[in-house]
Design a binder for this molecule. Structure first.
Ligand code: SF4
Length: 449
């Protein structure tokens, strides 16, 4: 049962010492209850109470961490069924396979795909993050693939897929200090894998043919003390997988059904031999509710839309994407280059900076903090008006970097030109285009002056 802020407050030492970073124990308790702060931040809580609170405030789906020292990834940790209720926490990891039966050439092609398939979108890098190394009977090859991935793909998390216990044991050692996910498949001796996962502190995939069987299996493993599990529902049809994923999420979030409170791994090549269909199916499970999606290959034209969908679904709907306030030099500006000001809504920044870059006109772009509001909204909210733009321009120190005193403002706020010139004193304010695609022409004109 989840604890309320008041219930947590009663369990705290009530010193109001602020060491947790909050002004009072009550303020801290409210944040812990909301799942925004870990109880560990208070150094005075009794360890037993700490465990009790951690358990009660933990998300209904356990957060399982895998990855490398260079990049760790959280799976699960979800608290809601629908994105508009709060937000989805940890995007599903997307990747493909390296199999022991693959020729060197094919392995290298796939490794190259991981190294090159990256796209930047509003300051975030979209890329595949996980690889499943699959044993098909060649032990030496399996270990050499694990070594290769560790060496050349330091930011890629690994799934070790083999039902050979000693091989998995060796591979875990090769992975160290990375934490791989172990997938024993239909291994007969699951209990030995359970002991190995416990000893090596690595998460284990548990699979079964039906959800009932899966629940019974996981229940038993929880009783044995195994905490980091990933579920494979074993569905053999995409519709069945969709239903399983929804049932698992609903049972965990709505009923707090512990055996289903874990991330879920999915394999698109289980359902079709057509790569396009695999990606179409993956787009369903990105939304509902996979934690890992493995595809039979990575193709840029199919991968990019999938990553973009994931990025959109896992952004916080209540928080606008922002960039930092400051001066952004673009195309190597000097003291005679134009100065343009706009707001810090990430989409505005990336569109404006993209147009400036494309124009090849060296330019100083001033980004003012408007709490992520776009130009017109920020102006209407009083966050992008003559007063505060003038104050911001002075604060940036841009005047010391340039020899002219001309500032371009977005066309949508042309109305503030006179007042802004007054506030800035000695500056000429030029009205820019309403839409960013008019910037190249406007900047070239301005640069000629
Ligand atoms: Fe209260 Fe602990 Fe925070 Fe001190 S550190 S204010 S005792 S919650």
């Amino acid at each position: 049962m989840a604890l309320t802020g008041i219930q947590i407050m009663k369990l705290l030492p009530k010193k109001n010492c602020k060491e947790c970073g909050f002004p009072t124990c009550l303020a801290f308790a409210m944040k812990v209850a909301a799942g925004q702060v870990e109880i560990d931040k208070c150094p005075y809580v009794d360890p037993k109470v700490k465990e009790e609170i951690s358990e009660a405030t933990a998300p209904p789906i356990r957060t399982v961490v895998i990855g490398t020292p260079e990049a760790s990834y959280k799976l699960g940790g979800e608290t809601v069924l629908f994105r508009h209720e709060k937000k989805f926490e940890n995007p599903p990891l997307i990747g493909t396979y390296l199999k022991t039966s693959m020729e060197d050439e094919e392995v290298l092609r796939r490794i190259k795909a991981y190294q090159t398939l990256k796209w930047e979108r509003v300051g975030n890098v979209l890329k595949p993050e996980i690889v499943c190394i699959k044993d098909e009977g060649d032990k030496e090859r399996f270990i050499s693939l694990v070594k290769k991935v560790r060496e050349v793909l330091p930011e890629v998390a690994i799934v070790l897929a083999s039902s050979d216990l000693s091989l998995i044991k060796n591979a875990i050692e090769v992975c160290t200090p990375s934490v791989p996910l172990v997938y024993p498949g239909q291994a007969e001796d699951l209990s030995s894998f359970v002991s190995l996962a416990t000893e090596k502190k690595v998460p284990l995939v548990v699979s079964a043919v039906t959800l009932g069987e899966l629940a019974r299996l996981v229940e038993g493993l929880i009783t044995q003390g195994l905490k980091d599990l990933v579920l494979d529902s074993g569905a053999l049809h995409p519709k069945e997988l969709f239903e399983d994923l929804v049932i698992i999420r609903r049972a965990a979030v709505k009923k707090r059904f512990k055996p289903f409170g874990f991330p879920v791994i999915t394999f698109m090549d289980r359902y079709t031999e057509d790569l396009v269909e695999e990606y179409l199916l993956a787009s369903i499970y990105v939304a509902k509710y996979a934690s890992i999606i493995l595809l039979s290959d990575l193709k840029p034209e199919l991968l990019f839309p999938l990553l973009l969908e994931r990025f959109n679904l896992y952004s916080d709907p209540q928080k606008p994407l922002v960039v930092d306030e400051g001066i952004y030099p673009i195309n190597g500006p000097d003291e005679y280059s134009p100065v343009v000001v706009t707001c810090n809504f990430a989409l505005t920044y990336f569109i404006v900076s993209g147009e400036i870059e494309g124009s090849r006109v060296p330019c100083w772009l001033l980004i003012k903090d408007t709490d992520g509001l776009s130009v017109l909204t920020a102006w209407a909210a009083g966050k992008f008006n003559a007063d505060n733009i003038a104050e911001f321009v002075k604060k940036t120190g841009i005047a010391e970097k340039i020899k002219h005193r001309t500032l371009m403002i977005p066309g949508y706020v042309a109305i503030i030109k006179g007042e802004l010139e007054e506030e800035l004193g000695g500056w000429e304010v030029v009205i820019g285009p309403r839409e960013a695609n008019g910037l190249p022409v406007a900047l070239r004109e301005l640069a000629k002056r």
